[in-house]
Write a new protein. Structure first.
Length: 354
């Protein structure tokens, strides 16, 4: 029977053999003793000295810098007439953003008054994309928008700017957000939904149509008018084109009284169809976000629409632009904007998960 000394000597020799068997030529293998019944794992002793990790960090370590950060994209949605473009431009000015139009009619060239495109003055030097770039008689589908919008977003981010997508065509937004994995996998998204009391919005839309008529909408539609043209394609789908057709068709043959009546009826149809569009847009927004696993910031801008002049601007800043600035600052940087006067800001009316 082996003595204790013999057994210890045999075990030592066995470990030496194991080391020689596991180790590659010219390398020495160390056996790491693991607790319990776990198998020992060999490690190769490298000939080059390993650089030791620097442990004496100064101050608090921000572990987020070691994680993969996704780019940020902002969406501003809402019914027609609620101030989407205004908010998008406000945020673009404050966060070095560029606006990407997602209105399926405003993508076409022409009819700037009818389609209510933002003017050069209203843009405030903020770059706008996919606005008035498609030939009037062409077809521009949600799939087309998604393709061009993704390329535009990538280009904006490459310049170090913030993409802000806004427009009333929720089918375009749906195609971009839910039509493929790119957006949800690549980007962190922040959504703002501007909402206004529907009766008040209808009144605002009616007044806006009157202003459009005064600005030359009739002449603009007349320049596009062609008897028998298909008004279901391209820019001719814009509200105001088919509604004006009875008036334009009889403009040179009817008497003054008849022409006046036909024009009034056309304007009323434009108002009614625009209000109906606003209702459909609200329904689509609710359906759209049921497919989005995220949060939407819903802002009630009704009070701002009840004011006029300077009071309206102050209410807009207090109830819409100011709170959205805070939300977006937290989204982008994880903190409140130090330059913003928080004393005039009220919380966003409703913030709901969709």
């Amino acid at each position: 029977m082996d003595s204790c000394a013999d057994r210890a000597r045999k075990q030592k020799n066995k470990e030496k053999v194991t080391s020689r068997r596991l180790g590659p030529p010219g390398r020495r293998v160390l056996l790491i003793k693991l607790p319990g019944n776990m198998t020992s794992m060999p490690t190769v002793a490298c000939k080059h000295a390993q650089v030791q990790p620097l442990m004496n960090f100064r101050g608090k370590v921000n572990m987020e810098s070691f994680c993969l950060r996704r780019d940020k994209v902002v969406f501003v949605v809402g019914a027609t007439g609620t101030g989407k473009s205004r908010l998008a431009i406000d945020l673009a000015e404050r966060f070095r953003g560029e606006v990407v139009n997602s209105d399926k009619i405003q993508v076409y060239k022409g009819l700037d008054i009818v389609t209510n495109k933002v003017t050069e003055e209203e843009c405030r030097s903020v770059p706008h994309h996919l606005l008035g770039v498609v030939a009037p008689d062409s077809e521009f589908t949600p799939v087309d928008f998604r393709h061009h919008a993704l390329a535009t977003i990538k280009s904006i981010l490459a310049r170090g700017q913030l993409p802000i997508i806004t427009g009333g065509s929720n089918s375009f937004i749906d195609a971009l957000v839910n039509g493929g994995p790119e957006v949800q996998l690549r980007y962190d998204c922040c959504f703002f939904w501007i909402d206004v009391s529907m009766p008040l919005l209808h009144l605002f839309v009616s007044r806006r149509v009157d202003r459009m008529v005064e600005a030359g909408m009739v002449d603009e539609v007349r320049s596009l008018y062609r008897p028998g043209a298909d008004n279901s394609k391209g820019i001719r789908r814009a509200i105001g084109v088919s509604e004006m057709e009875p008036y334009l068709c009889s403009e040179n043959t009817a008497d003054d009284r008849t022409r006046t009546k036909l024009l009034e009826e056309a304007v009323e149809r434009i108002k009614a169809n625009t209000c109906a569009l606003a209702c459909r847009q609200l329904e689509k927004i609710e359906r759209l976000w049921s497919n989005w696993d995220g949060e939407m910031n819903r802002i009630d801008a009704t009070e701002a629409f009840l004011k006029e002049g300077k009071e309206a601007d102050e209410a807009w800043e207090r109830l819409v632009a100011g709170p959205c600035t805070i939300v977006l600052s937290k989204f982008l940087y994880g903190q409140d904007p130090k330059s913003h006067d928080l004393s005039i800001v009220k919380p966003i009316s409703v913030s709901i998960p969709m």
